[in-house]
Design a protein around this ligand. Structure first.
Ligand code: NAD
Length: 422
């Protein structure tokens, strides 16, 4: 993932120029404070031994404890985790959370593991990073291919090693083990708040909700919940996909029925794809999905999906980056030239970490809030953050992406200076 990391550096470079940031300070901000790389040994169910590379990158903790998810993916490598850790620092500052940024990952295809193997690997990862994580040090959370079950194993392992009940060491846990109501949909809920705040500024492109066509790449935590929320609100979700391809219906997909069937089948058979659902629709490739004639395009899968190769084919009027880094730096320039608005992931998908923050606050206070209470707090935080960004963008007369990087890097610089680190 060298190019993803390089793209993050280029975006920081661009923002640093706007800020007139001295080279030395930029270098301090660019470099992670700590990088841990582990070789995790997993004993497979059949007795074979297999080694997996794992990482935790703690980028910057000037604002508070490090915070960021853990990804299980076969393509995960150190550069990807470094890029994601930097983005976490910036994201937390965009939404004014008292956290720094970190990220973790294991280079593994979790579909190739049994449930018992997945649990052993998750616990082995916690054994490897135990000394550097904790509620006041570094609080991991779910990301691609990790979920509340994985967080439960990890928080349990951390509690066993500490000889203490410390669910606040992880967020994104099940609700009966310290998890927060609303955390499961927090990322997409927050993203839709941002989308609707943006749509207000362009008068919904002169359309009603049911006329606004939406295509969503990815049907995991972020993508499926975004589809459900948008369909419930009356938007026309015309396409959705997973890693193998997608489905399309120009009149709008029956999202609730499709996702209920998909999720039910998937819980029994990991090899099921969204294309196996029986509802009226056409099969399309991920490439075709990205190039559909829609108003709103939501990449909610992985990085580098919109690149120089396909940027000129994108027809959407706004791209909501629910995934981290789905648009490459070069593609971004092309999209801007075509007047396509790119709403930045460091704001758009921050609802997840905002939800995690409220989970952590509840864990620390022993309180339990209702789902409505949590979602209202997330909504307020996302609206405030969008309004701040909108103001910066207009003041600097720039695009949303550049404005988000300029404003977050400036905040990180200020807190580092206040603490005497630079
Ligand atoms: P997930 O594992 O639940 O789902 C990932 C989805 O992407 C799956 O549907 C998978 O089939 C699809 N996918 C994988 N490879 C693909 C490919 N090459 N082409 C098309 N689709 C592909 O993961 P998630 O938690 O939904 O995360 C998705 C994105 O959102 C990631 O970039 C993640 O970093 C970001 N994100 C997630 C959260 C969160 O709370 N879960 C928070 C912030 C950001």
């Amino acid at each position: 993932m060298e190019n993803f990391y390089q793209d993050v550096l280029k975006r920081i470079e661009r923002a640093s120029k706007v800020l007139n940031l001295p080279e030395q300070i930029k270098n301090v901000i660019l470099n992670p404070q700590r990088i841990v790389q582990l070789s995790l040994v997993l004993k497979r169910d059949n007795g074979d031994l297999e080694v997996f590379q794992a990482y935790r990158v703690q980028h910057n903790d000037a604002y508070g404890p490090f915070k960021g998810g853990i990804r299980f993916h076969v393509n995960t490598d150190l550069n990807e985790v470094k890029a994601l850790a930097i983005l976490m620092t910036l994201k937390n500052s965009v939404v004014n959370l008292p956290y720094g940024g970190a990220k973790g990952g294991i280079s593994v295809d979790p579909r190739s593991l049994s449930e018992a193997e997945l649990e052993r690997l998750s616990r082995a990862y916690v054994n490897g990073i135990y000394s550097i994580i904790g509620s006041k040090k570094d609080i991991p959370a779910p990301d691609v291919n990790t979920n509340s079950q994985v967080m439960a194993w990890m928080a349990d392992q951390y509690s066993l090693l500490s000889n203490n009940y410390v669910p606040e060491s992880f967020t994104g846990k099940p609700t009966n083990f310290g998890g927060s109501f609303g955390r499961d949909i927090a990322t997409s809920f927050g993203g839709i708040v941002v989308l609707e705040e943006f749509l207000k500024t362009v008068d919904n492109f002169g359309k009603t909700q049911s006329e606004l066509k939406v295509a969503i790449q990815g049907v995991g935590n972020a993508g499926s919940n975004a589809a459900r929320i948008l369909a419930k609100k009356g938007y026309r979700v015309v396409a959705i996909s997973d890693s193998r391809g997608g489905i399309y219906n120009a009149n709008g997909l029956k999202i609730k029925s499709i996702l209920n069937e998909y999720e039910e089948k998937k819980s029994r058979d990991k090899s099921i794809t969204i294309m196996d659902t029986k509802f009226e629709c056409e099969k399309i490739t991920n490439q075709q999905l990205l190039e559909l004639d829609v108003e709103v395009l939501i990449p909610a899968a992985l990085e580098n999906q919109i690149s120089q190769k396909n940027a000129s084919e994108i027809k959407a009027m706004v791209i909501l980056e629910l995934a981290n880094g789905p648009v490459t730096f070069d593609a971004e320039e092309k999209l801007l030239a075509k007047n396509i608005t790119l709403l930045p992931g460091i704001l758009v998908n921050a609802g997840g970490v905002v939800g995690s923050y409220f989970e952590w606050v509840q864990n620390n206070s022993g309180d339990k809030w209702s789902k409505a209470e949590v979602l209202e707090k997330i909504e307020d935080r996302m609206k405030e953050s969008f309004a701040d960004l909108y103001q910066v963008k207009n003041k600097l007369n720039t695009d949303y992406h550049t404005a988000a990087f300029v404003s977050s890097i400036n905040k990180v610089k200020e807190i580092m200076s206040l603490r005497g680190r630079i």
